[in-house]
Design a protein around this ligand. Structure first.
Ligand code: GAP
Length: 443
């Protein structure tokens, strides 16, 4: 399968099975926006939940915030986004199309019509809107271009409310908005995206140790998502290419079907943000080390992860086709923790009330035994079709209730068949054993 073919197949599966839909589709869409559907919501929540476990809740030194998307514009002046959050824009003199100069092989020739392109001009990617009824400049506010801004402005609030000692971090998952010149590659480059970010505050001399620890946490996250190790690469960003706030950045790149591209970033932001906010606001962010009696502005290590790029990496890694039972099938080898649905329960025949009743009972037992796990129900079409549907959304287990469950063969009474997604192999197990098997897969 060629890589472009693979991408088309992933996009098509996402639409067909309710993972992702083009934004505002009935009106022809809106470039750079996608909507998560029923399966996509569950997948995204799992990606975020595993991040929360590793980056926030499984630790004692990280606190959460959920800050407003609209922020005082002074935040973005201080962070440098108003002045420098720009990509180089070129416009074709002939067809008037707009491009990002740094994404063109030849930034002087239009890739669509070969017309002459303008000189690159910086194009600020922040989305502006107006707050309140005034129409003048003073009412201009921006949709946040990174969730980090909402963390820095709450540094003092967190200090004053939970009194942490350094090192500690503040974590946030939320939407960010970037008016990308050329949104592309499905959910890779969006105008409305979600980020999972930690700002980790350290004493200046401790930054390197913290950087290495977060680097390892990011690899642990990749392993938890079952991203193949050989597709993940670290790129030490050259000094000339560093963002304005960074002294060191590692890009975690991933081999997407359309090439090796940035998945996540790990940056050493120094004291750039806290110092900049201190200069422009009335807040003091100086920290007094009680042992050394030293006063300083904390430095920051920032693991920054895009939710949508992570979802895409997970889907692209999991997509498979094979021959099973004489048919070509498509399936997703999602890690059980990541899969939207953990198991599907089904009566062999839907027009046999005794099978349906027993299957409902089995489903209730599994739901009670596995709180929080989505246990689906499907009695539509024949059993083979049901398995195929679950394969396509990556459900690791299918549980079928048949006449043997009801005691037709007494030795199998109260057992069900458990089918494995990847091999298609089936075995007979008691319901508690099925619950145990699923629980073990989710551990
Ligand atoms: N706070 C630092 C920051 O925002 P960034 O490298 O600009 O750094 C962090 O973005 C992550 O957000 C990226 O590694 C990527 O996962 C995601 N991201 C950035 N721009 C994106 C876009 N237009 N569409 C989807 N995800 C994006």
């Amino acid at each position: 399968m060629s890589d472009s073919n693979l991408m088309e197949k992933i996009v098509s599966l996402c639409k067909r099975r309710g993972f992702l839909f083009p934004g505002s589709e009935i009106y022809g869409g809106l470039a750079g926006t996608y909507d998560y559907g029923p399966m996509g919501v569950l997948l995204k929540e799992n990606v975020e939940r595993i991040w929360r476990e590793l980056f926030r809740d499984g630790r004692d030194d990280i606190y959460g915030v959920d800050a407003a998307i609209l922020m005082n514009p002074k935040v973005w002046e201080a962070s440098g986004h108003t002045a420098t959050f720009a990509d180089p824009l070129v416009v074709c003199a002939e067809c008037k199309r707009r491009f990002r100069a740094d994404q063109l092989d030849d930034p002087s020739v239009c890739p669509e019509c070969s017309g002459a392109l303008s000189e690159p001009k910086p194009f600020n990617m922040m989305f502006a809107t107006k707050a309140g009824v005034a129409e003048d400049e003073s009412a201009t506010v921006y949709l946040r271009p990174e969730t980090a801004g909402g963390i820095f402005v709450n540094y003092k609030n967190v200090m004053d409310s939970v009194h942490p000692k350094l090192p500690f971090g503040i974590a946030q998952i939320g939407k960010a908005f970037r008016n990308e010149i050329a949104p592309r590659d499905f959910i890779f480059r969006l105008r409305e995206l979600s980020q999972m970010e930690v700002e980790y505050f350290v004493a200046p001399a401790a930054w390197e140790k913290a950087f290495e620890e977060w680097r390892e946490t990011m690899h642990a996250y990749a392993r938890a998502l079952a991203l193949p190790d050989e597709k993940l690469h670290e790129l030490e960003v050259p000094q000339d290419d560093l963002a304005h706030y960074s002294k060191r950045t590692i890009d975690f790149e991933f081999d997407y079907p359309f090439g090796r591209k940035e998945l996540w970033g790990l940056a050493y932001r120094t004291d750039f943000d806290l110092s900049a906010h201190m200069e422009r606001s009335s807040a003091s962010f100086e920290y007094l080390d009680e042992e050394t009696k030293e006063k300083f502005v904390p430095h920051v290590i920032e693991p920054s992860l895009g939710v949508d790029r992570t979802v895409l990496a997970v889907l692209a890694s999991a997509y498979r086709e094979d021959e099973l039972g004489g048919e070509t099938r498509t399936y997703l080898t999602l890690a059980p923790k990541v899969a939207p649905v953990k198991a599907m329960v089904s009566p062999l025949l839907k027009n046999k009330p005794e099978l349906v009743e027993k299957a409902r009972e089995v489903r209730a037992v599994l739901r009670a035994a596995l709180p929080g796990a989505v246990i689906a129900w499907d009695d539509n079409g024949n059993i083979g079709k049901r398995y195929r549907r679950q394969d396509e959304i990556g459900t690791p287990f299918c549980v079928t209730v048949d006449f043997d469950t009801l005691g037709e063969k007494p030795e199998f009474a109260n057992t069900v068949t458990l089918r494995d997604r990847d091999t298609g192999a089936q075995e007979r197990l008691s319901v508690p054993d099925v619950a145990g098997r699923i629980r073990a897969a989710l551990a």
